[in-house]
Design a protein around this ligand. Structure first.
Ligand code: F6P
Length: 492
């Protein structure tokens, strides 16, 4: 074992969005990162969330945590965030090659912003720091840092699914971009399916090899490790928050408005990957075929809009408004609306109360890296009278929550059947299913997740010294310039 593994240095978290301490509505990942940063002292670096012409680094400190953020220019935001990250990579990673919009200038913007991150970050790093980079926005960041001479251990966690190699190769210049993943020391993925896809890609599309002691060697010769680390929630805290939420006025109001009807709940960022249109169709199918359920159930779908700069998001929003209106038009009575469709976000504490009050949690993404709503729904339940989780087989959470009613979200009849079964499920079965899922969540919570990743990262061999000059110019990844099929160096 090397010396670095024994003495944990400062943790440096890098992500596109940074949960600044003054922002109150931070989610599970943000609290997990904050807890880790508080424990060992650290720095959180990323985009400020602002679009401006200001190129300065914003820095401030809150106890043991330093925050450093940068604004993005309008062009960088449009090319990097709305463009390559969310119009090219996001649909590809969610198995939607039909929606991939690839534009050279978006890729240039993506690389430009990653270079900008690297340029600022390198000045803030200490030799003993351990870096943890998050998500698809920052795939080439480690390569750009390495080119600047950074030898620290760098881990990467992908919060989305990783599709099969056969899909990844649909991305123009995929190899030049994806091979930069080899500059990380450890790559964390949510599920064994994602890990298989990564290995398959490196072995069969990128000239890599499996190493005898585990791990992968890229065609460049650099070795790295990859592993499955299913992200989780702060299970005990969610359960406590949900119990406390029962006293909230808003929960009382919801309960009263239901007039004894069973609540079905869905909570999702408004995104085409969440399968909302298919979910609405399944609900309509249930209403069509089970008239005796009319007036006895209410479906509350909370869907805060996101990424409005991307046309597909505006389109799905219009489509869902139309569908919700249509279903209510078809089935509503003067004193009953079958769907309550709400484009608004709510404080986390209130959501846990809504989950606790819902007889059914309907979580049916077409693809999802993990889906923490599924886990939070389970953790929020009243152990004496728990609700039933209906979960898409294509969410990472399905690997762990196998006692949910697992469905194919595209199969409207199957989802309608699951809804009916959940609404009629006897208490004994509900309790058994809930207990076994809750056991998993109690055993593997968010703290277990982050410690598992950080321990595995600390145990990776120390990165070798760079043999190349570390000038900024040398770090320019030449994605746009090299001929497509030529195995090329990653740096000029
Ligand atoms: O991995 C998906 C993700 O980046 C999550 O980390 C986050 O919850 C969500 O997408 C938010 O997306 P955005 O930052 O684009 O609003």
């Amino acid at each position: 074992m090397n010396r670095g593994a024994r003495k944990p240095g400062r943790l440096v978290v890098v992500s596109n969005r940074v949960a600044l301490p003054q922002q109150t509505s931070t989610g599970g990942l943000a609290s997990a990162m904050q807890a880790a940063l508080r424990e060992r002292g650290g720095l959180w670096f990323g985009w400020s969330g602002k679009v401006s012409g200001n190129r300065e680094l914003h820095q401030h400190t809150d106890g043991p945590i330093d925050y450093a953020t940068i604004d993005l220019s309008r062009t960088d935001h449009d090319d990097f965030y709305a463009g390559f990250a969310n119009s090219t990579l996001w649909p590809l990673l969610h198995y939607r090659p039909d929606l991939v919009d690839y534009q050279r200038e978006h890729l240039d913007g993506y690389l430009r912003v990653n270079e900008l991150f690297a340029e600022h970050l390198v000045k803030l790093l200490k030799p003993s720091d351990i870096l943890w980079v998050h998500d698809y926005h920052l795939i080439p960041l480690a390569a750009m840092l390495r080119a600047r001479g950074v030898r620290n251990r760098i881990g990467f966690f992908l919060h989305t699914p990783l599709p099969a190699a056969a899909l990844l190769i649909a991305l123009p210049q995929h190899r030049a971009l994806l091979e930069t993943l080899a500059s990380y020391d450890l790559i964390g993925l949510h599920s064994a399916r994602d890990l298989r896809a990564l290995e398959d890609y490196f072995l069969h599309e990128a000239g890599g090899a499996m190493r005898p002691g585990g791990g992968l060697r890229a065609a460049s010769g650099r070795s790295f490790r990859a592993g499955v680390f299913p992200i989780s929630i702060d299970t005990a805290l969610v359960a406590k928050t949900a119990r406390a939420a029962e006293a909230h006025e808003e929960i009382g109001q919801l309960r009263k408005s239901l007039e004894g009807r069973s609540l079905i709940i869905g909570v999702d960022r408004l995104d085409y990957s969440k399968g909302l249109a298919q979910r609405f169709m399944a609900y309509a199918h249930l209403l069509e075929r089970e008239p005796e359920l009319h007036r006895r159930i209410t479906f509350l779908q909370i869907a805060p809009p996101s990424r409005g700069a991307v046309p597909e998001y505006r389109q799905i929003r219009r489509e869902l408004e139309r569908m919700a209106g249509h279903i209510n038009g078809m089935y509503a009575a003067p004193d009953w609306a079958p769907i309550r469709y709400v484009n608004q976000s709510f404080p986390h504490s209130l959501l846990t109360g809504y989950y606790r009050h819902a007889r059914v949690g309907l979580v049916t993404p077409l693809r999802d890296g993990m889906n923490l709503v599924a886990k939070e729904y389970v953790a929020s339940q009243n152990p004496k009278d728990p609700g039933v989780l209906i979960l898409s087989r294509f969410a990472g959470a399905a690997f762990e929550l196998s006692d949910a009613l697992l469905v194919n979200p595209a199969d409207t009849a199957e989802v309608a059947d699951a809804l009916e079964r959940a609404l009629k499920m006897p208490l004994k079965e509900r309790r058994q299913r809930w207990r076994s899922m809750m056991d998993v969540l109690e055993r593997r919570d968010i703290t277990v997740w982050r410690n598992a990743f950080l321990d595995a990262l600390a145990a990776t061999p120390a990165p070798a010294r760079m043999t190349q000059p570390a000038s900024a110019a040398a770090s320019q990844i030449t994605l746009a310039k090299r001929p497509l099929d030529e195995p090329s160096p990653r740096y000029e």
